[in-house]
Design a protein around this ligand. Sequence first.
Ligand SMILES: Nc1ncnc2c1ncn2[C@@H]1O[C@H](COP(=O)(O)OP(=O)(O)OP(=O)(O)O)[C@@H](O)[C@H]1O
Ligand SMILES: [Mg+2]
Length: 255
Amino acid sequence: MAVIALTSASGSPGVTTTAFGMALLWPRPVLLLEADPTGGSGLLAGYFRGTREYVGGLIELALTSSSIHDGLAEVSERIDGTTVSFVAGTRSHTQAAALRDLWQPLSEELADLESTGQDVIVDAGRLGLVGAPEPLLANADLTLIVTRTTLPAISAARSWADSVQRGAFDWQQPGVLVVGEGQPYSSREVARALNLPVVATVPDDPESAAVFSRGAQPPKRFQAGALARGLHAAIASIHSTVSHRRGELLEGVRP
Ligand SMILES: Nc1ncnc2c1ncn2[C@@H]1O[C@H](COP(=O)(O)OP(=O)(O)OP(=O)(O)O)[C@@H](O)[C@H]1O
Ligand SMILES: [Mg+2]
C-alpha cells in the first residue's frame, strides 16, 4: 500500500499504541519505524517489557557505512509469528540530532520498499520536537495527526492543522486519526474544528491498549474486542484513502 506516518500535537493520545496495533493487524508485510525523537523504544520497553535486547536501530542506520538500503535491512528486526519488522528508535533523546541527515534519504528508501511488497508505518512522535523526522512526515503517502477529542487535545491539534493548511509542511496528504471518538466530541466535530478529514477512528479501550503499550496480558476476547475491531476498520479506511488519492493522481497524469 504505502508509507503511513502517525504523529501528534500534544498529550499522549496513542500514537505508539495505534502504530503498533495496526502493524500487527496489517494485511501485508509491514515495517514499523520508531522515529519518535523523544528516544526510548516504545516496543522494546513497552510491548516487550525489556525482555528483548536492543541490538541496533536508527542510530546505527545513521552511522552505517553500508548503503541506506543495506543498512535498513541490517537494523530491521522481525517479530516472531508475524509479518511485522521494526526498526528500533534511539535510546536517548540526545541521539536525535545525529539522525538529522538520515531522515531525507530514509524517506526516499521507504518509498521504494513498496515495490518489495512491504508497507511502512512511521511512529513520528510529537510534532515540533527537536530532531523531528519532518522529511518522513512530508514524504509519507498519508500523514495522520492522532488526537483525542477533548477540548485541550483539539485546541493543541488545531494550531498544527492550521499550519498544515497554510502549507507550512508540504505533507502529501494530511488527515486525522481520532482515538476515543465521542469522548466527548464526534469525528465530525473534530474534522470541522481542525478543517482536516478524519481518516480513521480507534475506540478508547484501555485494557486492550495496554497489551500493545506495555505488554499487559491480553484480556478475554482481545482478538474480537473493541480495539482490534477499530484497528481493522482504521486499516481499511487508510487503505481506501491512499488508493483513492493514487487514483486521482493517476487521473491527473493521464493524457
Ligand atoms: N485506543 C486506546 N484506548 C485506550 N487507551 C489507549 C489507547 N491507545 C493508547 N492508549 C493508552 O494511552 C497511553 C499512551 O499511549 P501511547 O504511548 O501509545 O501514546 P503516544 O501518543 O505514543 O505518547 P507519546 O507522545 O508519549 O509517545 C498508554 O497508557 C496506552 O495504553
Ligand atoms: Mg509514543
